[in-house]
Design a protein around this ligand. Structure first.
Ligand SMILES: Nc1ncnc2c1ncn2[C@@H]1O[C@H](COP(=O)(O)O)[C@@H](O)[C@H]1OP(=O)(O)O
Ligand SMILES: [Mg+2]
Ligand SMILES: [Mg+2]
Ligand SMILES: [Mg+2]
Length: 349
């Protein structure tokens, strides 16, 4: 089955949402220190991005039922205290649409913005088609001026069949060598089941096919993990890396930009072990997962099970998520198992 039409719509929606986010992030970085501790810019960008993606997808695919599983909902915006922010979001959404040829004459009311955001309340599941959206993945990175992504995927009967990752701050060339001069930034990764993964500049065309690293020696592998220590157990990932003989220090970047960078071979392994009690959501991995698997990689939980996106809004997982190429996966799984066993026996002492 081809999802060409859905892919065109998804690329359009994610690129426009990225434009909205870039505008806010630029303004944020130019602002003074006091307003940098204010979280409202990211809030405006989060909701604005979700409204734009929801509106564009529904318009582009008007002849088919629309279901969207997305991170944000309009609850707070409907409160009295949310009025001013809703006003800012609506203005931003309309400015963004005005810059897009097809939608230049669309003007959304505050109510239509709320409605577009609330389309994201779907529960997903194993039957039918559902879009999956993280309007800004990596909000901490966004606020710091670092990496973040707009992550959009399509589920068809529980399987991810299409994914688009817009990474506005990711360099177009490899991030493997930190000492090379910075290049242009802004990447759009996209993948369709069975058709490979492509990357193009966010503001252009000329796609290139990308593939994961083909290294088979764990000592040469570099690994990615969260920038935020609160998002993943770095003592555990460092113990796993040590078992594998990995020499390079971890590359810490925010958001699903890690999946994008991995899909073009900037590094060979991504490990994510959230602290106890954290439940992974499908929008944090669906787009990244297909981008990396169509590029030849493999993503599993710590027990080696493929990620299952058919269970609703959450992923039902064994302990953590690991991603690498086919050759390195057996060694990675073994190191993960050993490190987890050591961790549990030391904590039961
Ligand atoms: N306590 C937490 N543990 C793990 N992940 C988290 C936690 N809190 C938020 N996240 C989510 O982790 C993802 C980014 O993490 P990372 O950059 O470490 O890969 C985001 O989806 C972020 O949500 P959000 O989309 O709101 O930014
Ligand atoms: Mg997220
Ligand atoms: Mg988010
Ligand atoms: Mg969030």
């Amino acid at each position: 089955m081809s999802y060409d039409r859905e892919l065109v719509a998804a690329k359009k929606a994610a690129s426009l949402a990225a434009r909205l986010c870039q505008k806010i992030q630029r303004a944020l970085l130019q602002s003074d220190v006091q307003s940098k501790s204010d979280r409202s810019p990211v809030t405006v960008a989060d909701y604005g991005s979700q409204a734009v993606v929801s509106f564009i997808l529904e318009k582009e695919l008007v002849d088919v039922p629309f279901s969207l599983v997305a991170e944000e909902d309009s609850g707070d915006l409907r409160e009295e205290s949310g009025k001013e922010i809703l006003n800012r979001i609506t203005a931003l959404v309309n400015e963004t649409l005005a810059g897009a040829d097809t939608y230049a004459s669309s003007t959304l009311s505050e109510e239509s913005v709320l409605t577009a955001i609330d389309k994201g309340k779907s529960e997903g599941g194993p039957i039918g088609r559902h879009w999956v959206l993280d309007p800004i993945d990596g909000t901490k990175g966004f606020l710091r001026g670092d990496q973040y992504a707009i992550a959009l995927a399509l589920l068809d009967n529980g399987k991810v069949v299409l994914g688009v990752l817009a990474c506005p701050n990711l360099p177009l060339t490899s991030i493997a060598h930190k000492d090379t001069a910075p290049t242009e930034v802004g990447c759009l990764f996209y993948a369709q089941a069975g058709s490979g993964t492509y990357m193009e500049p966010l503001d252009g065309s000329s796609p290139v096919k990308v593939t994961v690293s083909d290294i088979d020696n764990t000592e040469e592998a570099s690994f990615f993990e969260s920038y935020e220590a609160a998002h993943s157990m770095q003592d555990l990932t460092s113990s796993i890396a040590q078992k594998l003989g990995v020499k390079a220090p971890p590359v810490r970047i925010d958001s699903q930009a890690k999946y994008g960078a991995l899909s073009r071979g900037d590094g060979a392994i991504y490990m994510r072990f959230p602290h106890k009690g954290y439940r992974e959501k499908i929008w944090d991995h669906a787009a990244g997962c297909i981008v990396v698997t169509e590029a030849g990689g493999i993503a599993t939980d710590a027990g080696g099970n493929l990620l299952d996106f058919s269970k609703g809004r959450f992923l039902d997982l064994d302990t953590g998520i690991i991603v690498t190429n086919q050759k390195l996966m057996p060694a990675l799984l073994k190191a993960v198992r050993e490190s987890l066993e050591e961790k549990s026996s030391s904590s039961s002492l």
